[in-house]
Design a protein around this ligand. Structure first.
Ligand code: WAQ
Ligand code: MG
Length: 258
């Protein structure tokens, strides 16, 4: 498989103009594909962006480029799901899990103050757990993790074993969380969707795995969140380069599942 050439395919869609002129971010997506599967992959991204609960796009960009770097194979994070009675209880649990991941309570409070700023971003915020500050300079863009995917046959095998739906949202989130948590500078991630029709989110870390929380906000709410809690003492440029450029395929091996 690694003899074959792979392509990174990226999509972003917005409304009231492109992202560059301040349009509202609606949807984005990133995939890895062979040339043979290009049309299928581009179509899947087109469909993802064109029918979207955040609105009807008047701008969309889909681009592909050939990847020269070798693709790293990574086992997916272990997954657990928590049922909660309300979004408030979900948020209490999320904070508890972040503490369990090794982040001081004081820093978690500071990170939560950043959440209104997360809203409307098309990428993630990098939050330094030492200074308690946002350290990426990407303003309303944030950092978009890219060049990652999970081949269908292996994903299908995983969904059967865990009795999970064959759902591209869960796949994309677990792919991203796995790639992000793999880097030594990542301490944890906190995420929920900016889509008004999706209320499940998660806390992820190397130690905790992918901890899904069924309800972190109310239906109808378009406020999303994606914060990477990072050890800001490490080199930021190298870290962002890993997030944006390092190609990663998820490959589940049952015997390696922790
Ligand atoms: N890189 C960085 N940030 C991203 C990326 C990316 N590739 N994709 C999305 N984001 C940021 C961006 O700010 C979005 O507004 C925000 O995250 C939410 O993205 O049931 O669907 O794709 O286990 O709306 C998690 C739970 C679902 C899934 C998360 O996020 C489950 C979700 P969305
Ligand atoms: Mg979204």
């Amino acid at each position: 498989m690694r003899e074959e050439k792979f392509y990174s395919v990226r999509m972003r869609a917005s409304k009231n103009g492109s992202h560059e002129v301040g349009g509202k971010h609606l949807s984005g997506g990133e995939r890895l594909t062979t040339y043979e599967n290009m049309i299928h992959t581009v179509n899947a991204l087109l469909e993802k962006g064109i029918y979207h609960s955040r609105g009807k796009p008047d701008f969309m960009k889909i681009q592909f480029e050939c990847i020269d770097e070798p693709i790293q194979l990574v086992n997916p994070l272990h997954i657990e799901t928590h049922e909660v009675e309300s979004a408030e209880k979900g948020q209490v649990l999320a904070r508890k899990l972040l503490e369990k991941a090794g982040i001081q309570k004081k820093m978690i409070d500071l990170a939560y103050e950043q959440i209104p700023e997360c809203s409307g971003l098309r990428g993630a915020i990098l939050f330094d757990i030492h200074s308690g500050k946002r350290i990426d300079q990407r303003k309303e863009r944030g950092v978009r993790v890219s060049r990652m995917d999970w081949p269908d046959t292996n994903f299908d095998k995983w969904t059967k074993c865990y009795q999970m739906p064959r759902n591209s949202r869960i796949k994309e989130a677990l792919v991203l969380a796995t790639k992000v948590s793999k880097h030594p500078a990542t301490i944890a991630e906190l995420c929920w969707s900016d889509d008004p029709d999706y209320i499940t989110g998660y806390v992820a870390s190397k130690k905790l795995g992918y901890q899904r929380i069924k309800k972190l906000k109310e239906y109808g709410n378009e406020g999303g969140c994606r914060i990477f809690f990072v050890d800001g003492l490490r080199d930021l440029e190298t870290y962002i380069d890993y997030l944006e450029k390092q190609p990663v395929f998820i490959q589940w091996e049952e015997e390696n599942d922790a």
